[in-house]
Design a protein around this ligand. Structure first.
Ligand SMILES: *Cc1c(COP(=O)(O)O)cnc(C)c1O
Length: 438
């Protein structure tokens, strides 16, 4: 089955003249799955349309933001209305506190917050704040968790308990990464050992409370609660990176989903992005007021942004979060049901074709790992047959379903996905497995 991507290929050639790899974010380049990416012309609801007029069911939702589907009418209207009043002022507007109040209604642990323009900035700033507040240098992160591309967080696998971080990118000096401890996800003993070997040196533990950036991996029972107890005992801050899970798993993100939304159980700081901007560039970090007040202008930790709290972005965020708050019961029940059907039915189809698949799903995020073994951390995710995934990706694209172009990414379902899309995805998977195994 051949897909006509001739216009996309011309656009790719043109883009490569001006942009390294033809892209502004490397994950878009299809390197992990081969072939060239379609160039998108427009999107509506659950569907993407490319430059050649091919239509796809969107299973990556702009990498997470599009919870309510593309071109969600209230967000489109809000952005238009805000644009009429000018795109940016560099001065305060009412919209910032309005969105902040809505975010706080969803996340009671966020007593105060600051808006930035990306998840990267949110995580980078939260780490600086945690270091400034505690006066300690070390950060614990987990292998396979992505917290944006700030230098100190671009640390891959440093296996072993007290391994100093090794930069995961050229251009990051060892000195920058050496205060980042990368531990295996779901390995609480490793975290305990790191605290033992770095007494009063660890500023914070940052994690994805459900991993999305190694493919979907759920926290083991007790992992989150144990981290909370341990960080509290040692005077370190616990940071939930909910850039992906915030508003995705529940209105109050993973902390609501797992019952850590408030009081002693809640994280000290939370980072947000993606859905909070309704598709516009927004990130946020927030948490305990005592910690947040360490930020300039009140405190000694510097953090700033020319376009932070941008009026168009705030308007899109407000329209999105207002809708979520007004419909959350039906919204999250529906997302859960739709995603369970898609993930589960395709797993059955795979079994019928004799394909070894491990399906990890939490709410409306999921991953089909091409392995028969349980996936609980980055090491087990790495056992997946990525060549087979690449074939599946291509075969699904040809059948009108656009999955995230890497085994190590979560797929997302939106509120615009319904029975028609479920049936089409299952049928596409049936055809794809059949064609792949020939
Ligand atoms: C996407 C993501 C980020 C980075 O956000 P950007 O807006 O791409 O900078 C950080 N943390 C997590 C968990 C993410 O999924």
């Amino acid at each position: 089955m051949a897909l006509d991507l001739s216009q996309s290929q011309l656009l790719q050639q043109r883009a490569e003249k001006f942009l390294p790899g033809g892209v502004d974010s490397p994950v878009r380049a299809f390197r992990a799955v081969g072939g060239h990416p379609p160039f998108v012309a427009s999107a509506k609801g659950a569907y993407l349309t490319d430059a050649d007029g091919n239509r796809y069911i969107d299973m990556f939702g702009s990498w997470g933001p599009m919870l309510l589907g593309h071109a969600f009418p209230p967000a489109v209207e809000a952005i238009k209305a805000a644009a009429e009043l000018s795109a940016s002022f560099g001065a305060s507007t009412a919209a910032e506190a309005n969105l902040a109040e809505l975010v706080q209604r969803c996340f009671p642990s966020i007593e105060k917050m600051r808006f930035v323009s990306s998840g990267t900035e949110a995580c980078m700033s939260a780490i600086r704040l945690a270091r400034g507040f505690t006066g300690r240098p070390f950060v614990i992160k987990f292998e396979g968790c992505y917290h944006g591309h700030a230098d100190a967080l671009l640390v891959k696998a440093g296996s072993g308990v007290a391994t100093f971080g090794i930069p995961g990118s050229a251009g990051v000096p060892n000195e920058t990464a050496m205060h980042t401890l990368a531990l295996p996800y779901n390995d609480f003993a490793a975290v305990e050992a790191a605290f033992e070997s770095h007494p009063e040196q660890i500023a914070c533990v940052i994690l994805e409370p459900v991993v999305g950036n190694a493919g979907t991996i759920a926290p083991a029972p007790e992992f989150l609660a144990s981290l909370r107890r341990l960080t509290r005992k040692h005077g370190a801050l616990l940071i939930f990176d909910e850039v992906m899970t915030g508003f995705r798993l529940a209105a109050g993100g993973a902390q609501e989903y797992f019952g850590f939304a408030s009081g002693e159980d809640a994280p000290d700081l939370t980072t947000l992005g993606k859905i909070v901007g309704g598709g516009l560039p927004v990130g946020a970090f927030g948490g305990r007021a005592e910690v947040m007040d360490f930020l300039a202008p009140l405190g000694p930790v510097y953090q700033a942004g020319t376009l932070s709290g941008n009026p168009l972005a705030m308007a899109a965020g407000i329209a999105t979060i207002e809708h979520i708050l007004a419909h959350k019961g039906a919204l999250y029940a529906g997302l859960d049901e739709t995603t369970a059907e898609i993930a589960g039915e395709v797993a059955l189809v795979a079994a019928e074709h004799g394909v070894a698949l491990t399906t990890n799903r939490v709410g409306s995020m999921f991953t089909w790992f091409f392995t028969s073994e349980d996936v609980t951390d980055f090491a087990t995710a790495s056992k997946s047959d990525t060549a087979l995934f690449a074939k599946f990706h291509r075969a699904m694209l040809e059948r009108g379903v656009w999955l995230p172009p890497s085994q190590y990414e979560a797929a997302f379902v939106s509120a615009a996905h319904g029975q028609t899309e479920i049936d089409a995805i299952v049928a596409a998977a049936n055809g794809a497995f059949g064609a792949m195994l020939k």
